[in-house]
Ligand binder design. Sequence first.
Ligand code: GDG
Length: 465
Amino acid sequence: MSEKPHFVVVANRLPVDRIVAENGDVAWGTSPGGLVTALEPVMRSQGGAWVGWHGAPDEEVAPFEHDGYDVVPVPLSALEVEEYYEGFSNSTLWPLYHDTVAFPEFHREWWDAYRTVNRRFAETTAELAAEGATVWVQDYQLQLVPKMLRELRPDLRIGFFLHIPFPPTEIFSQLPWRREILEGLTGADLVGLQVSGAASNFLRLARTYLGHRVEKGAVHLPDGRTCRAHAYPIAIDTQGFADLAASPEVIAEAEAMLDDLGHPDLLLLGVDRLDYTKGLRQRLQALGELFAEGQLDPSKVVFLQVATPSRERVEEYRKLRDDIDLLVGRINSEFSGLRRSPIVYRHAGFPRHTMAAMYRIADVMVVTPLRDGMNLVAKEYVACRPDDTGALVLSEFAGAAKELRQAYQVNPYDLNGMKDVIMQAATDSPSASRRRMRSLKRQVAGHTIDMWADAFLGDLAGPDA
Ligand code: GDG
């Protein structure tokens, strides 16, 4: 690796996965997921270094270069993966920050592991970064890093972005380590959140539990520093998705997909990581009822659901997988013809061009999370529409609902309401639905991932509050 980097991204996971060829050769390919989709283009244009775990426990990997930037792996032991990652990050913080739609578990040894691993990330970054460098820490797994890093390297400019919701006082207060988390975050010069409500939650909590003065969107710390908090709704590479979806290869793939699906009169689509926050149970129940009542004709309508495997070692996710298998099986066993089923369900990941092909052919995109920081899938669907056709059904509990006002918005807890809105999206007049899609397209075209990164990094470089 060359000289010390002036820009460093720190995230739990590296943006690359190891691919081992049949002959044993090792290569690194870009890994899927919301955070990576968002930050990869920023990294490619900015250069610098990305600090993160490489995905294999109990293994040290030397730093290497990828796509024009440095990749700096942080090792985790198998026990740390269990306690820091699957435990505190994904079984405590994840459900707590998502409205406790699943029960958060509190275990002291998980917290200890969280602290240990956060310290390792902070130390690795402190050794790596150039004098006065900008460091951008990502997401809920690393909330202690800003403070730890500042203690080691007061010369750095430190930003933090939370990709998931930041909960209100009533929920956050459950956390036995609430003070430490807030102290960790206020180590940053700027905390970015997806929506303004999350920024207010954070500021209010900093005042309540740290006793600091909070004024004009910033926490004023006793040492004279400030930590600003502001909403930066994350976006996508809009043009990249539009170009991909309009490419001859994707158009051909979309046609072949329609052939395989038997050219239904109406194609509904869901694309999610298999996660209990995404509202899959409710979505399937609503669609099952629409098939049962004959509002949707199971011989002419297909609901294609892609659920990308996720956190498969966490118990709650295993249970979810079984529940969804059962729900899909039950609906299909009741309403399938001999030749085809109304629900086509794949528990698998697909290459990005295949996702683009799916977005291209879906008449109605159904995005119904119970709580979601933003939801990029909703934006990607809009970007991939070849014209002003198509309809987006979107939960009001996704951060994206604040921007995509013209989507067909639903409360996923209200089954009847959701059924009505899905039907409205499926049957609206072409002029009404085009009007909505045009407005959505304007929104998605006018807010891109570069603008998101520029806005955050511009504010981070700018004057303190
Ligand atoms: C978190 C927050 C926030 C999914 N399956 C495949 C695949 N994907 C891509 C999608 C999309 C991304 O992964 C998923 O992003 P989401 O935003 O929908 O959801 P989370 O993974 O929960 O992301 C979320 C996000 O961070 C960014 O801040 O919006 O609220 O929860 O880009 O296209 N990509 C490929 N194959 C798949 O099978 N290639």
